[in-house]
Design a protein around this ligand. Structure first.
Ligand SMILES: Nc1nc2c(c(=O)[nH]1)N[C@H]1C(S)=C(S)[C@@H](COP(=O)(O)OP(=O)(O)OC[C@H]3O[C@@H](n4cnc5c(=O)[nH]c(N)nc54)[C@H](O)[C@@H]3O)O[C@H]1N2
Ligand SMILES: Nc1nc2c(c(=O)[nH]1)N[C@H]1C(S)=C(S)[C@@H](COP(=O)(O)OP(=O)(O)OC[C@H]3O[C@@H](n4cnc5c(=O)[nH]c(N)nc54)[C@H](O)[C@@H]3O)O[C@H]1N2
Ligand code: SF4
Ligand SMILES: [Mo]
Length: 722
């Protein structure tokens, strides 16, 4: 496609949809007529966690165009700029094209292209040596979400390692745990029908979450519901809000506790709901007594009269008012407790399971492929998560505590690291430490589609086929509008690449684990499709790419027999579980440390045309994101004699980087911001190699006390003009 046409189609930055967000869906209702066959091969985008439904138009074996698939109520007929650019990723000359074995020193960039047999033989031999010397627990298997991640994880588990490490402890572990502790589940927010929405640093117009981003446009903005946004930066989301408050970083809990204080002291909470469904209201009322808006003004910098007014408006909007949970909650060391405060605020206005409120997720049922089970690992996890964070999800692990232990060789050595669809050198704070961890490994294997920084330091690189070249398991996407989606092959692989399942099978064969991988992807999805709630599930899925419920259901849990999945069966405002684990049973505020004179707090965030540390190398997207710069408040910049475009040196106790400055009023004076995904070490990412700077170099090691989630906004940096 013509580049100009592409840019016109996706717009310049912000949310860019090729189709209008539309709350009417074409999905087949149970027993209803089948929608017309879609135009194009249905599949699911893999360029970010949303997995929007796509219709791929193919001509002469080449993908010509990607269209949004309107049948998916989650993606609401939207395909964002990144989703559109996936077409360019398939034909990207910088893609990995065949398996590689390191030929020089780590990071030197000397590679030997090899056959798949040689890559498998080599990696399996190294994994066996590690197992013989240190046991299977001497291996680490880390990955980020993706439809084929299951096969990678299963290989690690079949190998006998307890050290399966997934991405949540870099992302949403604290928010998920906070809502689970309070409600026994993690709900969704009905933005399509809400009347009053508060978002704290959930940058939905740039950090796209489906359907929330589209519902913010089609629901909140279109219906003129009130939208209040708190963020130390003036983001695109801030520009769309009715009210934006540049809150002092790390003080959101003070704002929330003050809202609770106003609502309770003025008796604006939903008394009937609180009496019937919650536990610990009296203790909560006592707990927030001193948390007046005047007190919160001192903490947050937001005027007391606004906090009081917002609290009143919020409570008066009743169950159509939501304090949205946010997604990346890898912010502060007390992040869990801040999210708990949000959960409690939502609970007392009675928005639980109501239209326009906070709604428990529904799921589309699917079948499971039954495979041979393996033995439980004999050793305990190297991150000691069960001991250190007993409430956290042990199956996902805790990244930063794990790295600390591996570096110390405690409680046992870990000497081989397999990595799937993840770039720890950029995704994990303190790049220097991650590099040291890599240097300590006897073996590193990476499965990726591009030569990421992490792949650049590996011993073997396995190139996975692009999502448009492979068929993946059926994935269930829970929500208010739940869907099950299929990713099916659209074109044949153009290089010597393989899907993760075949990579796992190649290794399994050489590790004596073939019995656990004795199936094909077709058998796997056939078993899954059998229990989909449509006739001829597999055939339907292949034709439409999605099975979904087009109507939400509210109030299914609001009945006399429902028990929340908590110890008391109620919503736990006060949590005995937390108390028993040695944590505050009610969220207690502690003022964040303030940066000393001459230092600034580093805060992070996203842009609509990039995903994490990836994608800036794709030409269409690179044009929107040529380089990152350091957002620095204009007043501070003037004081330091720094002008936009000047080169600055930014340093923390973890490291030092250089990049250009952006002097701007769009950020508070006490913090600085830079976009993620630049300053790449890998020369194979040509457009971003040594361009701008990598924030992971600067971020220090800190984590949330309850969940073990990384705390990525706890670093203070010094900025000087070069
Ligand atoms: N500094 C900083 N760190 C962060 C964050 C931040 O905002 N700033 N965000 C955090 C959050 S919320 C998250 S979720 C994590 C994300 O952390 P990562 O998962 O590491 O994020 P990505 O940068 O998307 O990198 C994923 C890697 O997967 C590769 N990849 C893409 N598609 C495929 C595929 O189909 N198959 C395979 N095998 N590989 C593929 C890409 O080339 C890339 O190398 O980062 C966390 N870390
Ligand atoms: N385009 C795009 N969309 C994405 C992704 C992507 O990489 N690109 N990634 C997806 C993933 S995995 C995730 S987890 C989500 C993340 O989406 P979000 O949860 O929205 O997280 P971030 O975009 O990291 O935004 C954090 C915001 O919080 C602000 N902030 C920093 N400190 C504070 C504070 O103390 N208080 C308040 N109130 N605000 C603060 C920052 O300035 C920033 O704007 O996005 C998803 N969607
Ligand atoms: S939001 Fe964009 S990148 Fe993410 S899955 Fe949807 S289309 Fe793909
Ligand atoms: Mo994330």
């Amino acid at each position: 496609m013509d580049r100009r046409l592409f840019l016109q189609m996706v717009g310049a930055g912000g949310l860019a949809a090729t189709s209008v967000a539309c709350p009417r869906f074409l999905s087949k209702a149970k027993g209803g007529p089948e929608p017309p066959a879609p135009f194009g091969i249905p599949t699911s985008c893999e360029l970010c966690p949303n997995k929007c439904s796509v219709l791929a138009m193919v001509e002469d074996g080449r993908v010509r165009k990607l269209n949004p698939n309107p049948e998916n109520p989650k993606s609401r007929g939207m395909l964002c700029a990144r989703g559109n650019a996936a077409i360019q990723q398939v034909y990207d000359p910088d893609r990995l094209k065949q398996p590689l074995i390191r030929a020089g020193a780590r990071g030197e960039g000397k590679w030997r292209p090899v056959s798949w047999d040689e890559a498998f033989d080599y990696a399996a031999a190294r994994l066996r040596v590690t197992r013989d010397k240190y046991g299977p627990e001497g291996t680490l298997w880390s990955s980020t979400e993706g439809f084929q991640e299951v096969f990678f994880k299963n290989l690690g588990m079949a190998f006998g390692s307890p050290n399966i490490l997934r991405h949540p402890s870099l992302c949403l572990a604290s928010v998920n745990l906070a809502y689970s502790v309070t409600f026994g589940t993690v709900p969704s927010f009905d933005l399509l029908n809400a009347k009053y929405v508060i978002m704290a640093g959930a940058n939905r117009f740039e950090s796209i979450i489906t359907p929330d981003t589209m519902d913010l446009i089609g629901g909140v903005m279109e219906r003129k519901a009130k939208f209040v946004y708190l963020d130390p930066r003036f983001t695109v989301t801030a520009s769309k809000a009715d009210e934006w408050y540049p809150i002092r970083p790390g003080t959101d809990m003070a704002f929330i506790l003050a809202m609770i204080q106003v609502i309770i002291s003025e008796e604006r909470h939903d008394k009937v709901f609180v009496d019937q469904w919650t536990l610990g209201f009296e203790q909560l009322a006592e707990h927030v007594k001193g948390c007046t808006p005047e007190w919160a003004e001192g903490e947050t910098g937001i005027p007391a009269r606004d906090i009081r007014r917002i609290a009143r408006e919020f409570a008066d909007a009743g169950h159509r008012a939501v304090f949205y949970a946010g997604r990346r909650s890898s912010w502060y060391q007390n992040d869990f407790q801040m999210r708990r405060a949000q959960a409690i605020l939502n609970a007392i206005v009675g928005n639980w399971d109501r239209e326009g409120g906070m709604v428990p997720n529904r799921k589309v049922a699917k079948g499971e492929f039954l495979f041979l089970p393996w033995d439980d690992p004999k050793a305990s996890r190297v991150d000691e998560i069960e001991k250190a964070f007993p409430l956290a999800s042990a199956k996902d692990g805790a990244y930063l505590p794990l790295r600390e232990n591996v570096l110390k060789g405690k409680p046992y050595p870990v000497k081989a690291w397999m990595i799937y669809k993840q770039d720890p050198l950029n995704a994990v704070p303190d790049q220097g430490k991650t590099l040291r961890m890599m240097e300590g490994m006897d073996f590193i294997g990476v499965v990726d589609i591009a030569m990421s920084d992490t792949a650049w330091y590996a011993d073997v690189v396995f190139p996975e086929s692009h999502y448009l070249e492979r068929t993946d398991p059926i994935e269930v996407m829970p929500g208010i509008w739940p869907a099950a989606v299929l990713r099916q092959q659209v074109v044949k692989p153009i290089h010597d690449t393989r899907p993760c399942l075949e990579i796992a099978q190649g290794l399994a064969k050489r590790l004596g684990l073939s019995d656990y991988f004795d199936y094909t992807i077709d058998q796997w999805i056939e078993a899954e499709a059998k229990e989909l709630p449509v006739e001829n599930g597999l055939e339907y899925m292949k034709k439409h790419g999605v099975v979904a419920f087009s109507e939400p259901k509210y109030g299914t849990t609001r009945n006399a027999v429902y028990r929340f999945v908590t110890k008391s069966g109620k919503i736990e405002l006060f949590s005995e579980r937390l108390q028993e684990a040695g944590h505050d049973p009610l969220p207690a505020y502690a003022a964040p440390a303030q940066p000393p004179a001459g230092r600034y707090r580093m805060i992070l965030g996203r842009k609509a045309t990039m995903t994490h540390a990836a994608l800036a190398n794709l030409p269409w997207l690179h044009e929107h994101n040529p380089e990152n710069d350091l957002w620095l408040n204009a007043g501070e910049a003037a004081r330091l004699g720094i002008r936009t475009g000047d080169l600055v040196e930014v340093s923390s106790t973890a490291g030092t980087v250089r990049l250009k400055a952006r002097a701007t009023e769009e950020i508070r004076p006490d913090c600085v911001f830079m976009l993620h995904g630049f300053g790449k070490k890998s020369p194979w990412l040509r457009s971003v190699h040594n361009v701008g700077a990598a924030d992971a170099v600067l971020l220090e090691t800190a984590w949330d006390k309850v969940s073990g989630n990384a705390a990525m906004h706890e670093t203070f940096v010094k900025v000087v003009k070069v």
